[in-house]
Design a protein around this ligand. Structure first.
Ligand SMILES: Cc1cc2nc3c(=O)[nH]c(=O)nc-3n(C[C@H](O)[C@H](O)[C@H](O)COP(=O)(O)O)c2cc1C
Length: 350
């Protein structure tokens, strides 16, 4: 297999040879197309560089094997019944990766985009990262992760980081985009979007999804990655040497940290109970899932507002701890904005 180290050695042995073009792999899963639009915007500067012959880029779209796809819009029951296996990390099979990808391995930079499902990576990404081919593609490669979701991505990203560690990838950056509305508004607009396919605003609530201007502004990350490749920074990129710092790549809302940490624990318990009650669609599992749905709704109308009230009271006492956690979850790329002016979409100036 040709590694970047081999190429560098070959260039040293033959200084007149043209420098090897950097190879970028972009992998994504997107159901409604939102994450796909984010990746299009982020990758646009790299795609232009590929058209100009300055880099090579391969884009891989993850798809489930025929007969295992998820529906969109979602029937409510199917949506709920997808929860146990998604949280347990037990995904349905993927369609085979493209032949082009299976024949290539020596990528200089890998960018992985995914939405969040039930505070977890979506099944397609879990299937890819747990599959036999991921290690060959990602081992010792710098990996940038990108997510676009309603507002809760911390626990999913922790899981993705764990899966990346198992492939020996070098995770170096994370970009996170969230919906425009507040938690109350998106609690209504996101399920409405997923269950009916309607994204528009109504009754004074904003449209569901990440705003178009925030998606378009993702080109700054593509410009920054292109500049990093130009100075070979990807060779040393790591959790402590990110490529996208100072670009407001991921800002954590500290009000949601406790909800996510409590939520994933509860999800894991219920995922085990529901899986123990049968396979998707089995009669006992349907009964258990019905109970869980009632439990969840009861929690949402009682415990969630009560815990929000308690959290507001405790916030002054927890301020230091929350600030520490916010900083931790924002790594590697962070929420600083000091390099924003260098990489605006209209005027890249690396
Ligand atoms: C089954 C399912 C579960 C979801 N769970 C979450 C979640 O836990 N947190 C969150 O912020 N968004 C959640 N979302 C919203 C997605 O992250 C994402 O915003 C939406 O599905 C559109 O993504 P896509 O079109 O790129 O696939 C969920 C969506 C689906 C379909």
């Amino acid at each position: 297999m040709q590694t970047p180290e081999h190429s560098i050695q070959a260039a040293k042995n033959n200084p007149d040879a043209p420098p090897r073009r950097k190879k970028i792999l972009a992998i994504q899963y997107s159901q409604t197309g939102q994450l796909a639009a984010v990746m299009d915007a982020l990758l646009a500067p790299l795609a232009q560089a590929a058209r100009d012959g300055r880099v090579d880029m391969h884009r891989e779209i993850l798809r489930h094997a025929p007969g295992h796809e998820y529906p969109y819009p979602w029937p409510l029951w199917r949506f709920m019944d997808t929860f146990p296996e998604t949280v347990a990390g037990d995904p349905p099979p993927l369609a085979p990766l493209s032949t082009e990808l299976r024949n290539a391995a020596d990528f200089d930079l890998v960018i992985i985009g995914y939405p969040v499902w039930f505070l977890s990576p979506p099944p397609a990404l879990t299937a890819f990262l747990r599959g036999g081919e991921a290690r060959g593609l990602l081992r010792n490669r710098p990996v940038v992760t990108v997510t676009a979701c309603r507002n809760m991505w911390l626990m999913a990203q922790e899981k993705v980081k764990e899966l990346l560690r198992e492939t020996d990838a070098r995770h170096c950056d994370h970009v996170a985009l969230t919906d425009r509305g507040n938690a109350f508004a998106t609690f209504i607009t996101t399920p409405r979007w997923l269950l009916t396919g309607r994204k528009n605003g109504f009754w004074g609530l904003p449209p569901a999804g990440v705003p178009a201007e925030n998606i378009a502004a993702c080109s700054r990350f593509g410009f920054a990655l292109l500049a990093a490749l130009g100075r070979d920074a990807e060779r040393h990129a790591s959790e402590t040497a990110p490529l996208l710092s100072g670009l407001r790549a991921c800002a954590v809302d500290s009000r949601l940290i406790a909800s996510e940490r409590i939520g994933i624990r509860s999800f894991r318990v219920w995922s085990k109970i529901l899986r123990a009650s049968g396979r998707p669609g089995a009669p006992l599992r349907r009964a258990a899932l019905f109970l869980y749905t009632v439990f969840l709704l009861a929690m949402i109308v009682t415990i969630v507002p009560a815990s929000m009230f308690i959290k507001t009271l405790l916030r002054p006492l927890l301020r230091a701890k929350l600030a520490r956690l916010k900083h931790c979850y924002e790594q590697p790329s962070g929420s600083g904005a000091e390099r924003l002016s260098l990489f605006s979409s209209s005027q890249p100036n690396p």
